[in-house]
Design a protein. Structure first.
Length: 137
């Protein structure tokens, strides 16, 4: 059986004293918590050397430069192959679309006359197109 109060149990208070007295799971949780707390109380923190701050800041300063190069290498590593691939694509496009000399189309005199007659006919019909839209006609 799982007790819903066991996960929130940190120490016995007046509110939960009766519950902990009758709940075996909460008693186990409380015993484990007290064991951890007593181990933490026994832990001795080592003393810090006199030049600790100087060495710490020196390490931070040298680490920031190394991180900058690492960051740049991390970005450049995939960028170089991508730039090479883009260059190859541009070269292929330029090669495929290179300038081809335009062929000259010769127009015969009869073709020019046909075009001229067609333009004249269109100019003659232009006034009638204006009348076509007029509802009075």
């Amino acid at each position: 059986m799982r007790c819903p109060q066991a996960k929130d149990l940190i120490e016995v208070t007046l509110d939960n004293r009766d519950h902990v007295g009758g709940c075996l799971e909460c008693q186990n949780v409380l015993a484990r918590q007290r064991a951890v707390i007593s181990l933490l109380d026994e832990f001795e923190v080592p003393s810090v050397s006199l030049d600790f701050n100087r060495r710490l800041w020196q390490s931070i300063d040298s680490g920031s430069e190394a991180r900058g190069w690492a960051l740049m290498r991390r970005w450049l590593k995939p960028a170089i192959p991508l730039a090479a691939a883009a260059g190859l694509m541009v070269a292929a496009f330029v090669y495929d679309h290179r300038a081809v000399p335009a062929t000259q189309h010769r127009v015969s005199a009869s073709d020019a006359e046909k075009v001229e007659r067609a333009l004249d006919d269109m100019q003659l019909l232009a006034p009638f197109e204006k009348l076509e839209g007029d509802p009075a006609v």
